[in-house]
Design a protein around this ligand. Structure first.
Ligand code: NOJ
Length: 440
């Protein structure tokens, strides 16, 4: 029985991101990011909603951290708003911005909670976008400067560093198909964005190693390893192509394997690689994070990428994402071998549900089932010897779900957007019990 418990040092936390929870968008010197701009473009975001107030965590740190402690969370993964600490994406530090993140980390520590900081979670200062954004190599160097600023100003308080969150999303959705900010859809810009994001990551890791700081540093991806819809060879090829597109153009260079040839030969991606880049990008990391939500089978088609999602039968969350916990196990196994057995965290996993408040409570059974299923396969992974070190539920609190605005709720904690009152959902108490007992 005891063998089947989560290890004592396994970390249970929850995650958020600056634009999605902070609010205070025009306070204390913060300037605009690409999501402030993008949300104003008609038709891009549900009802034009934005992060101006969000869950107002900027003004509610004490309350939120106390709640985390009540739930028993051991770690909080949050991100820094670039334009809050370096207004206009420039080089002058905003002391008030730094003070906010120092206060957040100190409050976490006061409650015995680890501070896990993501340097970049999609909120690029709009001035950098005006100069070409991630399609411009200069953004990688601006990122390095920004990362160095955080190491210097917050290095004594951070327990775990994450350079960036889901480059697939901010590169492909931002520059490839334009569904996310900044809303550009250009194949060459997309290829450049991928390479510059990878380069930015590598530069930030190189700089980190020079600081002498000891906290681990890594990166977060959202790998999916789609299963072929049928046993036909064609669909197997589709699955391989999907892995190159979703995973390997980001991780290949980081793990020293370079860009997969298929990406250039078949997808026509021209990465603007300069001499020495590949060495920088492959600077050794201490761990990597996986954000995992769902998996869809794929089949071959005649598009440029040569694969498309196939129909599926699984039960879906409110995002219309199929619940496929076995997909997490497949990804963990594959990544373990691809990464050479590096420590891994599930840095996001969670479910949007049709929550509603009934007599002061939120009975979110669907979310509890979702978490339980995923924790179950994580135990299998640990039993197989995969060095899985922790789990961060997405999200700590309901927040701004990008193009869906506030219509999708992922939180363990309900946020009443009219009053900003917080109510822990049943899933919060379920997590408390898991963390206490170390079993799901
Ligand atoms: C991944 C992203 O990192 C996060 O910002 C988003 O809210 C969740 N997935 C849910 O879609």
């Amino acid at each position: 029985m005891a063998d089947n418990l989560f290890p004592k040092d396994f970390l249970f936390g929850s995650a958020t991101a600056s634009y999605q929870v902070e609010g205070a968008a025009y306070e204390d010197g913060r300037t605009e990011c690409i999501w402030d701009e993008f949300s104003r473009i008609p038709g891009k975001v549900w009802c034009g909603e934005n992060g101006n107030v969000a869950a107002d965590q900027y003004h509610r740190v004490e309350e939120d951290v106390a709640l985390m402690a009540k739930i028993g969370l051991q770690a909080y993964r949050f991100s820094v708003s670039w334009s809050r600490v370096l207004p206009n994406g420039g080089r002058e530090v905003n002391e008030k911005g730094i003070a906010y993140y120092r206060f957040l980390c100190q409050t976490l520590h006061r409650y015995g909670i680890k501070a896990c900081l993501t340097i970049y979670h999609w909120d690029l200062p709009k001035e950098l976008e005006a100069k070409g954004g991630w399609a411009n190599r200069e953004t990688s160097y601006a990122f390095q400067f920004y990362a160095e600023t955080l190491y210097r100003e917050l290095g004594d308080l951070v327990d775990m560093w994450i350079t960036m969150n889901e480059p697939f999303c901010f590169c492909y959705l931002g520059y490839g198909n334009g569904v996310h900010a900044p809303g550009r859809a250009d194949w060459n810009d997309f290829a450049s964005a991928v390479h510059h994001a990878n380069l930015a990551h590598g530069l930030a890791v190189e700089s980190y190693r020079k600081t002498g700081l000891k906290a681990p540093i890594g990166i977060v991806w959202n790998p999916i390893l789609p299963r072929p819809a049928t046993g036909r060879d064609e669909d197997k090829i589709a699955a391989e192509r999907a892995s190159v597109f979703n995973n390997e153009i980001y991780m290949g260079p980081v793990f020293g394997k370079g860009y997969p040839t298929l990406a250039t030969s078949e997808f026509g991606l021209k990465f603007p690689i300069e001499k020495g880049d590949e060495e920088i990008i492959s600077a050794p990391i201490d761990f990597y994070g996986i954000n995992y939500y769902n998996e869809r089978p794929v089949e071959r088609d005649s598009s440029l990428l040569g694969f498309k999602d196939a129909g599926t039968w699984e039960e879906e969350t409110a995002m219309k994402w199929p619940i496929v916990e076995k997909g997490l196990l497949r990804v963990l196994r594959w990544m373990d071998s691809y990464s050479g057995h590096l420590p891994v965290y599930i840095t996001e996993n969670g479910s949007a549900e049709e929550d509603c408040v009934k007599e002061g409570r939120i009975h979110d059974k669907g979310r509890i089932d979702y978490i339980r299923k995923h924790l179950g396969v994580m135990k299998e992974a640990i039993a197989e010897g995969i060095p899985l070190k922790g789990y961060f539920y997405w999200s700590f609190i309901d927040n701004y779900e990008w193009t869906f605005g506030y219509t999708r709720r992922f939180g363990l904690v309900w946020c009443d957007y009219m009053t900003l009152r917080r109510i822990p959902k049943d899933s919060a108490w379920y997590m408390r019990d898991v963390i206490r007992s170390r079993e799901e």
